[in-house]
Design a binder for this molecule. Structure first.
Ligand code: NAD
Length: 289
């Protein structure tokens, strides 16, 4: 499978609900699956979320915007990204699309320049963009590994590189890196390359956390178990694979978009002001088992 197949443009326009999200072939992108409570927890904050045209990133962007943040949706998928922006702006918040290829240093530099011109600050960065080329180690081509390292590791690395100096200047910030349960444990159903990239994100996070705490920059990672998004369609449409994934979760269900978005919201907000360097599983107990 190519990385392109893993960044599908497909959108669920049926607005399937939480229980529907656990049916084969459905995934949750609409606000029905996200928690739209508003209490201004991110009032006046500026947030950049990578890979936010769809899936988990989109849910995080919606949640942040509902809590008062101005959100920048950084993605390669212009049409999908602009649709998300439009829908957020129609609902609650302030959203902008920003073209960003997380694998490109030049792209990061331009994106940050644009945000600084418009906002003169960046309070929150969510390094969420990620791909999974589902090929076991014995058949994975070196170029496929390179492609995964580029998006999943170089992406967050460059994100931190460009966000840190900006956050330092304005008195601090919160960086949230999207890892996975596969960044904490060996995972029997997931190819090695993915666990390699997500494990790297776990320790990138901890190192940034301890080095830049002096600048009041917090850095934490989120480790979801399987959630229903375009990335996981290929697994969740297969009844056997779906059952394997459900079977490993003590709470017995998939992670919902709200589960992840609410966790990101907490880590982004001032409520988490003493939380730094944490690798937080959002996995119904999977990694505790
Ligand atoms: N869905 C899950 O079950 C699950 C579980 C654990 C961790 N994760 C992680 O959560 C993150 C989001 O996953 P998702 O399920 O929402 O995936 P998704 O495929 O639905 O969305 C990923 C987004 O990233 C964007 N993207 C890909 N390459 C990019 C690049 N080079 N530059 C900018 N944007 C790029 C895509 O265009 C897409 O909008 C990923 O890091 C993934 O590894 C997902």
């Amino acid at each position: 499978m190519s990385s392109k197949e893993n960044v599908s443009n497909e959108k669920n326009i049926n607005g399937s609900n939480q229980s529907g999200a656990n049916q084969p072939g459905s995934y949750q992108t609409e606000s029905k699956q996200t928690d739209s409570r508003q209490s201004g927890r991110l009032e006046k904050k500026i947030a950049l979320i990578t890979g936010a045209a769809q899936g988990l990133g989109e849910a995080i962007a919606r949640r942040f915007a509902a809590e008062g943040a101005a959100v920048y949706i950084g993605d390669l998928q212009k049409d999908a990204g602009e649709r998300t922006v439009l829908s957020i702006n129609n609902e609650t918040g302030k959203a902008h699309y920003i073209n960003l290829d997380v694998t490109s240093e030049q792209s990061w530099s331009l994106a940050m320049e644009t945000i600084m011109k418009q906002e003169d600050r960046l309070d929150i960065l969510v390094n969420n963009a990620g791909i999974n080329i589902r090929e076991p180690i014995e058949t994975m081509k070196a170029e496929q590994l390179d492609a995964m390292l580029a998006v999943n590791v170089k992406g967050p690395f460059l994100g931190c590189k460009y966000a840190i100096p900006i956050m330092r200047k304005t008195g601090g910030g919160s960086i949230i890196n999207m890892s996975s349960v596969c960044g904490l444990i060996g995972h029997r159903y997931t190819p090695e390359a993915y666990t390699v990239t997500k494990g790297a994100v776990t320790l990138l996070t901890k190192t940034v956390a301890v080095r830049y705490a002096k600048d009041n920059i917090r850095c934490n990672s989120i480790h979801p178990s399987t959630a229903d998004t375009p990335l996981t369609q290929v697994i969740l449409q297969d009844p056997i694979k779906r059952q394997e994934r459900l079977g490993e979760v003590p709470l017995g269900r998939l992670a919902s978009l709200s589960d992840i978005a609410n966790t990101a919201l907490f880590l982004a907000s001032d409520e988490a002001s003493f939380i730094n360097g944490v690798a937080l599983p959002v996995d119904g107990g999977t990694t505790a088992d």
